[in-house]
Design a protein around this ligand. Structure first.
Ligand code: ADP
Length: 266
């Protein structure tokens, strides 16, 4: 599986990934820690012009390693576009993935940064902190599986167990879905998508109920048509689950559905 770490510089990703790697090995999971610093630090100096190569080569390495081992990605993975790229590498290889988000207050990040000799200027960390795309803030697909406050004690054994259990559930799900040739869904998303669709089902059902109760003069055909539209709407939403916006999700879905059925009402 692919374990994607997310967190600002100095939050403790490298420290955490080394510990997790050892713990996973102890419970029988062969794994490797990879990150763009491996390539970045192989250049004599840092230069923006190397960054594209660094990114591509890191992705290639992850892709190759994932075919044999569990991979822990030790990078800030600051942008959700980066997280999406990594998730797509996992999907392409038909592997499970897990996002682990590590956080700490800015004051602590700066203190740790100074203590380890300011590899990065404090101002850069402040800017990153302010602009940070917190995982799951915007998109459902981006929600972290595990969130860790690195100012508190980290129970690495428990986390390794969660990782193992997550993989086990995935394997079970993929077996069930493998039997269904028509189901092209990506296995790892199944649980999350089901939760979203349950919500959409409930919201649209309520709207249909409201509309029918407000329009008692309408015929049976009107109700039938409404039910048909609701089904169509559910289908449409299920096709674009990857792009669901997490922000104010319930209200947005309600509005979109009202818009969808507005022709019938007016
Ligand atoms: P990152 O990889 O996120 O940049 P590191 O793992 O290199 O962060 O850690 C940055 C500094 O913080 C190091 O000096 C490390 O010893 C310290 N550190 C890491 N994790 C913790 C923690 N949980 N509690 C206190 N200090 C930590």
């Amino acid at each position: 599986m692919l374990i994607i770490l997310v967190g600002l510089p100095s939050v403790g990703k490298t420290t955490f990934s080394k510990k997790l790697s050892k713990e996973l090995y102890k419970i029988g999971i062969d794994n490797i820690v990879l990150g763009s610093d491996l390539i970045r630090e192989s250049f004599p100096v840092w230069d923006e012009k190397y960054e594209e190569f660094i990114k591509e080569t890191t992705y290639d390495l992850i892709d190759k390693a994932l075919k044999k081992y569990t991979v822990i990605v030790d990078d800030t993975n600051y942008y959700n576009s980066k997280r999406r790229d990594l998730i797509n590498i996992a999907k392409k290889n038909k592997k499970n993935y897990m996002v682990i988000y590590l956080y700490a207050p800015l004051k602590i990040l700066l203190k740790r940064n100074v203590e380890r000799g300011k590899k990065i200027p404090n101002e850069v960390i402040i800017k990153m902190f302010e602009k940070f795309d917190k995982p799951g803030e915007k998109y459902k697909w981006d929600e972290p599986h595990i969130t860790i406050d690195t100012t508190k004690e980290i129970n690495i054994k428990e986390i390794a167990k969660l990782v193992k259990d997550h993989d086990r559930v995935h394997k079970k799900n993929s077996k069930i879905l493998d039997n269904n040739k028509n189901n092209k869904k990506i296995f790892a998303d199944v649980e999350n998508n089901k939760i979203i669709m349950d919500k959409v089902d409930k919201i649209t059902r309520n709207v249909v109920g409201e509309v029918i109760s407000q329009e008692p003069s309408k015929t049976k055909d009107f109700a039938k048509e409404l039910v048909k539209l609701r089904k169509e709407f559910l289908k449409e939403i299920s096709k674009k689950l990857d792009n669901i916006d997490n922000n104010d999700f319930e209200n947005k879905i309600k509005k979109e559905f009202m818009q969808y059925i507005s022709k019938l009402i007016n």
